[in-house]
Write a protein that binds this ligand. Structure first.
Ligand SMILES: [Cu+2]
Length: 121
């Protein structure tokens, strides 16, 4: 009986890990109308987690970090060679101009937080 329970807990843990890393919705998509978007950093997610923008157009991401854990302190766009330290409870503006098309992940340094910047024509 107890073996069954331990197996069950194991299976639930695996399902949770798969859900957390691959299946969980990373916030709503944000279609940018101006050139600035607020991104809240809290509870293990960027909100919005998906940001659409146009190639060759400057974009400002205002990161508002509410999570005080060290995990949340950096945001890294590894494919775009951009990274920044985020202060707590103080908006941090990151402005850049995406110069290539594609989907670019942005994460914290341990990739627990995950977001996506979609650069379109
Ligand atoms: Cu982290």
């Amino acid at each position: 009986m107890s073996t069954l329970i331990i197996n069950l807990i194991g299976i639930i843990l695996i399902i949770f890990i798969v859900w957390w890393f691959w299946l969980a919705k990373r916030g709503k998509a944000a279609l940018i109308t101006g050139n600035s978007v607020d991104v809240v950093v809290d509870g293990g997610v960027y909100e919005p987690g998906i940001i659409n923008t146009k190639v060759g157009k400057p974009i400002t991401l205002r990161f508002i970090r509410k999570d005080s854990s060290p995990c949340a302190e950096k945001v890294i766009f590894s494919d775009l060679d951009i990274s920044a330290d985020l202060p707590i409870d103080k908006p941090f503006e990151l402005t850049f101009t995406p110069d290539k098309l594609g989907e670019f992940d942005f994460t914290c340094q341990m990739a627990m937080y995950r977001g996506k910047l979609i650069v379109e024509q």
